[in-house]
Ligand binder design. Structure first.
Ligand code: FES
Length: 112
């Protein structure tokens, strides 16, 4: 169940949807797909869950350290900032700040 706050700028991840370490999950905040990553370093990262090449869900790809590889054509993205690391994608994906407050994982949907 999605629980965006009243102004829609934050998304509180339901505890049942929080991925275990070294894994990722697809979440839907309103109509925005988010790939929430629980990285090897213990921190959470969030990027838009649409490859910038052909909109494929990155959450279905492979996580390797700070990179996720699109399962469709193999472009890799940095989960810390959304940067694209190799072709065929040429554009980054949006990265979102993630905060941990009182055991709640909160994705900030606004970007700077
Ligand atoms: S759809 Fe992701 S690399 Fe092509």
């Amino acid at each position: 169940m999605n629980r965006p706050d009243t102004n829609g700028l934050h998304f509180v991840v339901p505890s049942a949807d929080v991925p275990p370490p070294s894994s990722m999950v697809r979440l839907i905040a309103g109509d925005l797909p988010i790939c929430l990553v629980h990285a090897d370093d213990g921190h959470f990262y969030a990027i838009e869950d649409r490859c910038s090449h052909e909109d494929f869900p990155l959450s279905e790809g492979e996580l390797d350290g700070y990179t996720v590889e699109c399962p469709r054509h193999g472009s890799r993205f940095d989960i810390r900032n959304g940067a694209v690391l190799n072709l065929p994608a040429i554009l980054p994906v949006t990265a979102f700040d993630v905060q941990l407050i009182n055991d709640d994982v909160i994705v900030r949907l606004e970007t700077t």
